[in-house]
Write a protein that binds this ligand. Structure first.
Ligand SMILES: NC(=O)c1ccc[n+]([C@@H]2O[C@H](COP(=O)([O-])OP(=O)(O)OC[C@H]3O[C@@H](n4cnc5c(N)ncnc54)[C@H](O)[C@@H]3O)[C@@H](O)[C@H]2O)c1
Length: 254
């Protein structure tokens, strides 16, 4: 796959860490020029540095994806830097409060829906016209297995991720005739900062419980999710749109 994306331009939101960083690094390693974006400028610049150090091309533009205007400015900055945008990964996220549905604080609900669902809408409404103007391309939204099945004490996250999968399908059917494919990846649980933020520490009972939910008997890595996302963004997936690909070590098959 090295070099297969020469002449293509990528844009990754949530690229300062975790899955987004792995997607950005993977796109650049295959020859794409990549716009790195995140609310975390320090982490974003670290991602750019690791791409430049490996001989790739990347620039950083800060964007809070809960702000529709900032999402539009980010797309303009990508077009300004690289002249086009063909491959977009939306991989932003944050931890969520744990509580039963009837106890879930409304302000926390709004926050989670804003970060995980509104943001993907704001991103795509800015990105789709630019992809069409660039001659076509693909978007991959990072959802979750919790967009396919439920998990207790995470009602807002479960609802937001089901929403991301629905929104992915809606955009896919609307824009397939105009050369834009839109897919989602549904990762199982990974060893990233989101897990630590949720209070799940290495070697803990809860970590063992979460691990057992995966038929593979282990948690995933951001690189394993990135491989699937990059395939969905590549021409190898030219007939795949509106799909949600579980990359979950068998979580949803159990
Ligand atoms: N880690 C997991 O176990 C797991 C499992 C399934 C799905 N996911 C999903 O994968 C996606 C990426 O998560 P990750 O594990 O890489 O987490 P991460 O915390 O490593 O990365 C998420 C990135 O999103 C950025 N971000 C948060 N809010 C933002 C905003 N408003 N604007 C711009 N950037 C923002 C953060 O700064 C961070 O760099 C999320 O949507 C998450 O829900 C994660």
């Amino acid at each position: 796959m090295e070099g297969t994306l020469h002449g293509r331009v990528g844009l990754v939101t949530g690229a300062a860490a975790g899955i987004g960083r792995s997607i950005a690094v993977g796109l650049a390693r295959r020859g794409a020029h990549v716009m790195i974006s995140d609310i975390d400028a320090e982490g974003g610049h670290d991602t750019v540095r690791s791409i430049l150090d490996a001989g790739g091309h990347a620039v950083f533009h800060a964007c809070d994806t809960t702000d529709p205007t900032e999402c539009e400015t980010l797309v303009d900055a990508t077009l300004g830097a690289f002249g086009a945008v063909h491959m977009v990964a939306n991989s932003l996220g944050a931890g969520s409060h744990a509580a039963l549905t009837a106890d879930f604080p409304p302000e926390e609900w709004r926050e989670v829906i804003s970060t995980h669902l509104d943001a993907v809408f704001y991103c795509m409404r800015a990105q789709i016209p630019a992809i069409i103007r660039s001659g076509g391309g693909a978007i991959v939204n990072i959802a979750s297995v919790l967009g396919l099945v439920a998990w207790p004490q995470a009602p807002a996250y479960v609802a937001a991720k089901h929403g991301v999968i629905g929104l992915t399908k809606a955009a896919a059917v609307e824009y397939a005739p105009r050369g834009v494919r839109v897919n989602a990846v549904a990762p199982g649980i990974l060893e990233t900062s989101l897990l630590t933020e949720a209070g799940v520490t290495a070697g803990s009972e809860i970590q063992a419980f979460v691990t057992e939910k995966h038929a593979a008997g282990r948690l995933g890595t951001p690189e394993e999710i990135a491989e699937a996302a990059i395939w969905l963004l590549s021409d190898g997936a030219s007939f795949t749109t509106g799909a949600t690909l579980p990359v979950d070590g068998g979580f949803t098959a159990l």
